[in-house]
Design a protein around this ligand. Structure first.
Ligand code: 13P
Length: 235
């Protein structure tokens, strides 16, 4: 199972280090075999000495080795820390930062060529969900246009926009229906994200075709995140 934490714009370099020390200790002590991904803010990227189960990823990077792209990180900057995992297509980047589908596809292709593990996010807004499952699938599959679904290091995260940061997760029925439909075309692991917390981790991880979770808010507290990892480990 894959348990991922997206820090978004939270934690500092100092608090990220404290978090990772605690997480690393927990994973070692409990012989955790789950795949754990942590996406800290870019100021906290570093070459941490972590157990093999824990991988650090970037929340974003520009599709370039280096160059003149003010404010962006390229491959050279993240490779310095031996990071090989990236989050692409998060709805906050699509909707708040106005990233185009074209840019997202070019990031995907660039980091695929570098053999990165790519957590590629898709998910529909509320008005699409209100129109029913058929529209939901149409919308989510349109976000996969131009993406090589056979890429061996791909992980797809289904994160309905209306469930992100709202405290209201999608229902297990909604998640199961959507993941089952995605599974018909996607062999890659499928994650669910959107208001996952300790209290609903087990029921979500037990959903058919759900290979893990991508957690925001509830993962920023190390004790809660450790608990989610423990639940995954016990399933
Ligand atoms: P929340 O867990 O805060 O809903 O965020 C989910 C998310 O966006 C993870 O990428």
């Amino acid at each position: 199972m894959i348990i991922a934490s997206n820090f978004k714009t939270n934690h500092t370099r100092e608090s990220t280090k404290e978090y990772l020390v605690k997480l690393n200790h927990f994973v070692k002590e409990n012989s955790i075999k789950e795949e754990i991904l942590v996406f800290p803010p870019s100021t906290a990227l570093d070459n941490y000495n972590l157990h093999d189960s824990i991988k650090i990823g970037v929340q974003n990077a520009y599709p370039t080795d280096k160059g003149s792209f003010t404010g962006e990180l390229g491959f050279t900057q993240i490779d310095e820390f031996d990071i090989k995992t990236i989050l692409i297509g998060h709805s906050e980047r699509r909707h708040i930062l106005k990233e185009s589908d074209e840019l997202i596809v070019s990031k995907y292709n660039f980091y695929k060529d570098k053999n990165y593990k790519i957590v590629y996010c898709i998910g529909e807004p509320k008005e699409v969900r209100d129109d029913g499952l058929e529209k939901v699938l149409e919308y989510n599959f349109s976000q996969l246009d131009g993406i090589d679904l056979d890429y061996e290091n791909l992980i797809v995260a289904y994160e309905p926009v209306w469930a992100i940061g709202t405290g209201v997760s999608a229902t297990t029925k909604d998640i199961e229906e959507t993941l089952s439909a995605l599974r018909k075309s996607i062999k890659a692991p499928l994650l669910y994200g959107g208001s996952v917390k300790v209290a609903n981790t087990k029921e979500i991880l037990e959903i058919k075709n759900c290979d893990g979770i991508l957690v925001g808010t509830a993962s920023w507290d190390i004790e809660d995140f450790k608990e989610m990892v423990r639940i995954a480990h016990e399933i």
